[in-house]
Design a protein. Structure first.
Length: 309
């Protein structure tokens, strides 16, 4: 494995564009009161179980970085982990543009990092921020499983060393971690399938967490060429552990939306080491029958994304 960059180099990378990054992030916060929309859709779901006839398929749309929209067969929409530039400015400028004001039924965030928690950007009927426990609406059931963020950078940029300096302590890992190193994984059940949104969770949670996850059909796994959250072995291990038939990478570089100052790289190398399908559009529909015979097959959106495609 390549040697990790020294902290001085990290500082130069992550602090690049700090002033501009801070300015571009001003004014964040929930502004739901400004929305001219209402939750009549939710009332319809309560009464009818959905807003359309059962299509038999689940929609998956990629909004770059770790943001995905899941659309149930009955038309219920769930957006997980919309992103923004760091409001503190400490991590520099990551994104070329703002996250779009997407209208969804349910907005969710796995953890309190700027590249996952821009739920204020959504025009959402409801928000489930770092939710643990269970929630059900229409043909969607969501189980939140509380665990911890990866706290040991496995790749070529030792970003956790920067975290230690920013926090002013040597040990940022559980059980004494700060709030931003908490992470909640979401198991979304719909269309006869289980979708696991991993977020930036550590690769080695305790057995009780694995037991709560169980076997899933599709996993969204954080892997890129820089090994920012997972190295390749960790990604492979997690995909195998949950028995996923399909793996969808996230948290990789999409140059159309994300600057190289993020230090992320494409996930192509990891993708090419597996049976894979390189998608040519930013959204797909998946039926349970489509997963028959698959084991760890990779669907890769690449640079195809709903934000700027």
């Amino acid at each position: 494995m390549r040697d990790k960059l020294k902290f001085g180099t990290i500082s130069a990378i992550v602090l690049a564009g700090v002033s501009f990054g801070a300015l571009s992030a001003l004014g964040t916060g929930l502004d739901t009161w400004k929305s001219g929309k209402n939750h009549n859709r939710i009332i319809q779901v309560q009464n009818e179980g959905g807003v359309q006839a059962d299509s038999g398929k689940v929609g998956v749309a990629f909004y770059s970085n770790s943001a995905f929209q899941i659309t149930s067969p009955r038309g219920i929409t769930v957006m997980v982990d919309p992103w923004r530039n760091d409001p503190s400015g400490a991590w520099g400028l990551w994104y070329r543009l703002d996250f779009p004001k997407v209208e969804v039924d349910i907005g969710m965030s796995t953890h309190a990092h700027f590249d996952h928690d821009a739920i204020d950007k959504l025009d959402a009927n409801m928000l489930l921020d770092r939710m643990a426990g269970s929630f059900q609406l229409g043909d969607v059931k969501i189980t939140g499983i509380a665990d911890k963020h990866q706290c040991v950078a496995p790749g070529i940029v030792a970003w956790t060393d920067a975290v230690k300096q920013f926090e002013g302590r040597d040990n940022v890992c559980p059980p004494t971690n700060a709030r931003h190193f908490d992470n909640t994984m979401f198991v979304i059940e719909t269309g006869g399938m289980k979708f696991l949104m991993w977020g930036d969770n550590r690769p080695n949670p305790p057995q009780e967490v694995w037991d709560q996850i169980g076997q899933v059909d599709v996993i969204f796994v954080p892997v890129d060429g820089s090994r920012h959250i997972f190295d390749y072995q960790q990604a492979d291990s997690v995909v195998a552990k949950v028995g996923a038939k399909l793996a969808i990478p996230h948290h990789y570089l999409v140059p159309e939306t994300t600057f190289f100052t993020s230090t992320l790289q494409p996930a192509t190398e990891w993708v090419d080491s597996h049976s894979n399908t390189k998608l040519d559009k930013p959204s797909i529909e998946i039926a349970a029958a489509d997963l028959d015979g698959k084991s760890g097959h990779v669907y890769y959106f690449g640079s195809n994304n709903m934000v700027k495609n």
